[in-house]
Design a protein around this ligand. Structure first.
Ligand code: CAA
Length: 236
């Protein structure tokens, strides 16, 4: 069976590293982006613009991929946003936006793709969560709630997929070299860096490598689990 991976948020940061890693492993990849259109063409990668929070757009993309013979049997739910503020200053829009994009959207691609995976008796689903789902982080009530929800989503779906050859796992990166982390106030980021036992941020490739293993045939028995890649910043 041809292995076709759909990576959301695949044009930058961790998503882009996952896309590049999967190509080197020989997968056909579909990478979605929302605002950052990639300006280079990459062999074996089809870039598609997608708003993951819109069910109709997700259905339309899947119809299109089906017609091209590119319906995914591997799904990496990576796209996500932050909108940090202390809770007493958090607006309803900030709360809703983060929950919508990071958590509610999980239904939109996963439900139809999971249904097809059941029919085919094979599938790999990876949901990208965060160290802060388990650790908590002041200024991120919205984000932590969405990423903890992602872990619950993973565990329940893993139970449903287990007898159908579908594995579902979470990868929870720690603080990683991305625009999302680098846009933090320098003094806040500095104090966070000091609290990482490994002494540095993760590289995006270190997160991608974990994803590469979890979608491999060797990981068929690994399901319903959360993989922390956080330099021992939080040991759950
Ligand atoms: N714990 C408890 N209280 C804290 C705190 C902490 N860690 N940090 C700050 N506070 C308190 C401050 O002491 C201050 O209290 P007073 O008003 O009583 O003095 C109050 O919170 C406000 O603090 P700030 O001055 O920092 O508030 P701000 O509005 O300027 O900034 C913030 C708020 C933007 C949330 C900022 O604190 C911040 O950036 N925090 C870190 C958030 C974070 O870690 N984001 C991760 C982004 S990357 C990511 O999310 C990827 C991933 O998966 C890891």
């Amino acid at each position: 069976m041809k292995k076709i991976a759909l990576v959301t948020g695949g044009s930058k940061g961790i998503g882009s590293a996952i896309v590049n890693h999967l190509i080197t492993l020989g997968y056909q990849v579909i990478a979605t982006y929302n605002t950052t259109k990639p300006n280079e063409k990459i062999e074996n990668v089809l870039f598609k613009k997608l708003d993951i929070s819109c069910f109709d757009s997700c259905s339309k993309l899947l119809e299109e991929l089906d017609a091209l013979g590119l319906y995914p049997n591997i799904l990496i739910n990576n796209a996500g946003i932050t909108n940090d503020a202390m809770f007493h200053k958090m607006t309803p829009e900030s709360w809703e936006n983060v929950i919508n994009v990071n958590l509610r959207s999980l239904f939109n691609l996963t439900q139809p793709i999971f249904t097809r995976m059941r029919e085919n008796k094979f599938g790999r689903i990876i949901n990208i969560s965060s160290i802060n789902a388990n650790k908590g982080q002041a200024g991120q009530v919205n984000y932590c709630a969405s990423k903890a929800g992602t872990q619950g989503f993973t565990k329940a779906l893993a139970l449903e997929g287990a007898r159908h050859g579908i594995t579902v796992n979470t990868v929870s990166p720690g603080y990683t070299e991305t625009d999302m982390v680098n846009k933090m106030k320098p003094e806040v980021l500095d104090s966070i860096k000091k609290s990482i036992p490994v002494g540095r941020l993760a590289s995006v490739n270190e997160i991608a490598a974990q994803v590469g293993f979890l979608i491999s045939d060797s990981a068929a028995y690994t399901t319903g689990a959360n993989f922390e890649v956080n330099g021992a910043m939080y040991c759950s």
